[in-house]
Design a protein around this ligand. Structure first.
Ligand code: ME8
Length: 512
């Protein structure tokens, strides 16, 4: 049976415009989805927007419009951003869609039927910015001695009737989950943090509010709207058609991978599995938290005016330069800084020089000395076989790295081979062989074409546009771009188009 792969991004709040942080998690998820599709797997890739809650209600009020009209506008903008980043989602869910609302209510009912929800009164600290309740012991002191959430967000004392989820009853089962499935949650730091949070003891969770209206009504008690995280997490099931077991998409459950930012690891690795356990639903296989981007050394914030719209960045640099930079700059899971200088350097060194030059040199030698025709595969020397051997290991190596969400390590595997190709071309010097041994020159060029084909095929998930251009130039047809096609040699005799540079080179930025 074809392997199924279901990958999700967080659904983003529509209280503000999309920025590079949102694009980052979506690009990482896109790489996973594309990689699995090219591996021949049956992929479902979900993204979307989180549209309820007090934060969105307030943003709409500030803008002087109804929450739904406000959400419509911002959700469209998020979708536009995803399209501009070439995010190949199969579905874009909005939590204001009627089918999501019905589905979240069905999940609530299931959890309630299993006696995991009770009515009580909530009194405690709530941070609106985080849409999160905190215990007294978690609070920190602000600069003027005021109480703040551990994230620095202001907190307010909230007192109202509320439905509670019996989170405390799931503590042992959650710890067992982390212990028995060491791969359930990554990276390592996030895993340790969550385990110690759960070990400290879990309090029951308030999962409804009565003090505002912009949310999904609690089934059977319309005075209450659902806590936005119960509503939001349900999206991963509602998008598949839950609770309709006959919906064809339900076959994708359980999710293979929820990609999230480290800020929301707790919601995905504690609350979500507990809700699912309570509902008797199978748990997702993996939650992985990406690290945090700062901009030129500073936290991104509206007040600093340094919020980067990824669409502006790809106007200035190419889309694939941006995608590559984000995934290459820092081991996936770690924090990093986005600076124009670092972005240009990565582009110039690794894309324009290492890969772009290699392709350009090879293809222009084929154009000039072989009439632009793909030569026959010739007898192979030890060096030829060694290089091609390295290329042929890449699909399995990348699959292993991507299974661990090691997107940066996956790129490094490819770059090792690109560097080996550059050493090979310098050492073989096919330009010099033209006069002394033209047959060997053709063999060397063929080895390089084969190596480039492997490299470009495997890099498609990371840089879909530029790798499509490279594969066009290598004479690889659309049908030959899946990973399985790499086991068949390209037929000799194909006429290649005139070579063209693929990666731009950016002038070094002016020192400030
Ligand atoms: O939390 N660096 O939505 P959100 C890296 N609606 N990633 C970043 C980032 C940064 N500087 N800023 C944002 C929510 N992100 C909820 C999710 S899911 C059921 C509900 C990314 O709009 C990162 O993935 O605040 C983070 O988790 C997400 O955007 C938060 O998006």
């Amino acid at each position: 049976m074809t392997r199924r792969f279901y990958v999700t991004t967080p659904i983003y709040y529509v209280n503000g415009a999309p920025h590079i942080g949102h694009a980052y998690t979506s690009i990482a998820a896109d790489v996973m989805a594309r990689f699995h599709r090219l591996s021949g797997h049956d992929v479902f890739f979900l993204t979307g927007t989180d549209e309820h809650g007090q934060k969105v209600e307030q943003a709409a009020q500030n803008a002087g419009v109804e929450p739904k009209a406000f959400a419509d506008k911002v959700a469209a903008d998020f979708r536009n951003m995803a399209d501009a980043m070439d995010i190949s989602y199969d579905a874009f869910i909005r939590t204001t869609e009627p089918h999501h609302i019905a589905s979240a209510q069905a999940l609530w009912k299931k959890v309630a039927e299993n006696d995991a929800i009770y009515l009580g009164a909530y009194e405690g600290w709530y941070a609106l910015r985080d849409e999160c309740f905190y215990g007294e012991d978690e609070l920190i002191a602000g600069p003027d001695g005021q109480k703040l959430a551990p994230t620095g967000a202001p907190v307010e004392w909230v007192k109202e009737p509320s439905y509670f989820f019996r989170l405390s009853a799931f503590q042992d089962r959650l710890l067992e989950l982390y212990e028995q499935n060491p791969d359930f949650l990554g990276p390592h730091g996030a895993r340790n943090e969550i385990i110690s949070f759960v070990k400290q003891g879990l309090r029951d969770l308030s999962i409804s509010r009565t003090s505002f209206r912009w949310g999904i009504p609690v089934p059977g008690d319309e005075q209450h709207v659902m806590y936005v995280w119960f509503d939001a997490l349900a999206n991963y099931l509602s998008a598949l058609g839950y609770p309709d077991a006959s919906s064809p998409r339900m076959a994708y459950w359980p999710a293979s991978l929820h990609l999230v930012g480290k800020d929301i690891a707790r919601f995905h690795a504690v609350y979500w599995p507990a809700f699912l356990m309570a509902a008797g639903i199978e748990l997702p296989r993996k939650v992985f938290a990406n690290g945090w981007w700062t901009i030129e050394g500073q936290k991104m914030s509206k007040s600093l005016g340094n919020v980067v719209d990824p669409r502006d960045l790809v106007q200035e640099f190419s889309l694939d330069t941006v995608r590559f930079f984000l995934l290459r700059e820092v081991p996936f899971g770690g924090d990093s800084d986005l600076s124009r200088k670092a972005l240009m350097t990565r582009n110039n060194v690794e894309l324009a020089n290492d890969l772009g030059n290699l392709a350009q040199r090879t293809l222009s030698l084929v154009a000039r000395n072989c009439g632009g025709i793909v030569p026959e595969q010739g007898a192979r020397t030890e060096e030829d076989a060694k290089l091609l051997g390295q290329v042929s290991l890449l699909p399995d190596l990348l699959a292993l790295q991507l299974d661990r969400c090691a997107l940066t390590d996956a790129l490094e595997e490819v770059w090792k081979v690109i560097r080996a190709c550059n050493a090979y071309i310098d050492h073989q010097a096919p330009w010099a062989l033209r006069k002394t041994d033209p047959d060997r020159m053709a063999d060397v060029l063929r080895v390089l074409l084969d190596a480039l084909r492997g490299i470009a095929t495997l890099l498609q998930p990371f840089m879909p546009r530029s790798m499509a251009q490279m594969l066009d130039q290598l004479g690889v047809t659309e049908g030959e771009r899946v990973f399985a096609a790499l086991s068949q040699p390209l037929p000799a005799g194909r006429q290649l188009p005139a070579p063209q540079g693929i990666f731009p080179r950016y002038a070094d930025p002016e020192p400030v």
